[in-house]
Write a protein that binds this ligand. Structure first.
Ligand SMILES: Cc1ncc(COP(=O)(O)O)c(C=O)c1O
Length: 401
């Protein structure tokens, strides 16, 4: 038995089987490369579902974390700490907004967005108590809490977890007419991913996000953009909403905000919206802790230069050109996405997404399938063009005609 096989057996024996990992055991990583417990190297073309936009072991982020580890790591919000104000200010400024409510995981930030929108609806919009409605899209993925799975359309994510939280209406993603029809006087928010990641990197029709912005503005409804996966450089802009010149009322951020070092998430919005909270109404022991703020401050500083967004744009154009050339020739049916982010639909006759991911793994490329026949590609934004080309060569060998 190899070292990796032994470690997989140990993991399977004692962990809940709520994931189905590829049979690879990562022991170390640097930049866009990971090394397994037996010393084999792999190009990471998933980047922790965008949590590792800046690559593994990014020097600036690791140094920021190390410096903070030696000072103070946790205070709870019972006290102020010296990184908190700066973190909120810098993040709000990056978003073009005014206030920040920090949490830890993406799902917690989405829950925070839901609570905030409801409270705003009752306090500011005058919605009758208990009547607030939030509109979401089909095929959404916003996390795994009981409330969030209540408005999922994915049977696997939802089954056996009821009773479900009411107050959500699901409309088809990309359909402005359906959204307009669902808006009523009790609607407090529309919650959307600007590009649906888990669903297979689905880009909505051009003009959709701008249309949502217009409708929500007219009807005094909050537009909440869940940019947990699409944001912070991935699509070639700081936020995917920017591609349509849209500024939502609220950004929900996570993943890359923690630089692949610590979990950091946040809701960012206006004073009118986040100003609805009073002490005791919402919180988290770890949310906005000093270590999280130190790393996230460095993430924000890195994004302020625009260089990662530019890399994602340029390398993304290259990625999509090369993947586009595979469509129709072999296993590849369709390629979607934006920036360094792609969903590749494969023909089941050539194997399932899982089988093809395992073949890519055997060639030293790590990706992950979703929904049976889609492979998701999201390399760290720091990947070199040469490494990306090497990865694409392995794609051609496995998926090409
Ligand atoms: C768009 C989106 N929202 C929310 C989440 C949930 O984030 P977390 O897994 O950190 O709770 C994810 C995770 O994949 C996501 O892609």
């Amino acid at each position: 038995m190899s070292t990796s096989e032994g470690l997989i057996a140990a993991a399977e024996a004692r962990s809940a089987h709520n994931y189905h990992p590829l049979p690879v055991v990562i022991a170390s990583a640097e930049g866009a490369w990971m090394t397994d417990a037996d010393g084999r190297r792999y190009l990471d073309m998933l980047a922790g579902y965008s949590a590792l936009n800046f690559g593994h072991g990014n020097e600036r982020l690791i140094n920021a974390a190390k410096a903070q580890l030696d000072r103070v790591t946790l205070t709870s919000r019972a006290f102020y700490h010296d990184r908190f104000g700066d973190f909120c200010e810098q993040l709000a400024e990056l978003c073009g907004m005014e206030m920040v409510l920090p949490m830890n995981t993406g799902a917690e930030a989405v829950e925070t967005a839901v609570k905030t929108a409801r409270k705003w609806g009752y306090r500011s919009k005058g919605v009758p108590d208990g009547q607030a409605k939030i509109i979401v899209a089909d095929n959404n993925f916003h996390g795994r809490t009981t409330t969030i799975v209540s408005f999922s359309t994915d049977a696997e994510a939802r089954a056996d977890f009821g009773p479900y939280t009411p107050g959500f209406e699901i409309v088809p993603y990309g359909d402005l007419g359906a959204l307009e029809a669902a808006l009523d006087d009790n609607t407090v928010a529309v919650l959307l991913e600007p590009i649906q990641g888990e669903a297979g990197v689905l880009v909505p029709p051009s003009g959709y996000l701008a249309g949502v912005r217009e409708l929500t503005r007219q009807r005094n409804v909050l537009f909440i953009a869940d940019e947990i996966q699409s944001g912070l450089g991935r699509t070639g802009a700081t936020f995917a909403c920017e591609h349509e010149g849209v500024l939502p009322d609220m950004y929900v951020l996570g993943k890359a905000l923690g630089g692949g070092v610590v979990p950091v998430s946040a809701v960012v919005s206006s004073r009118d919206v986040l100003g609805v909270y009073k002490p005791g109404e919402h919180g988290s022991t770890f949310g906005g802790n000093p270590l999280a703020c130190a790393v996230a401050l460095e993430v924000v500083a890195m994004l302020r230069t625009g260089e990662y967004q530019q890399r994602a744009k340029e390398l993304g154009e290259h990625l999509h050109r090369e993947l586009g050339a595979l469509v129709g020739g072999g296993a590849v049916r369709e390629v979607r996405g934006r920036g360094l982010w792609a969903g590749v639909d494969v023909d089941p006759a050539h194997g399932t997404g899982r089988e093809l991911s395992e073949k890519l793994m055997a060639r030293g490329v790590l990706v992950k399938d979703t929904h049976g026949s889609t492979i998701r590609i999201a390399p760290p934004l720091v990947v070199s063009e040469q490494d990306l080309d090497w990865g694409l060569e392995q794609f051609r060998a496995v998926l090409g005609g």
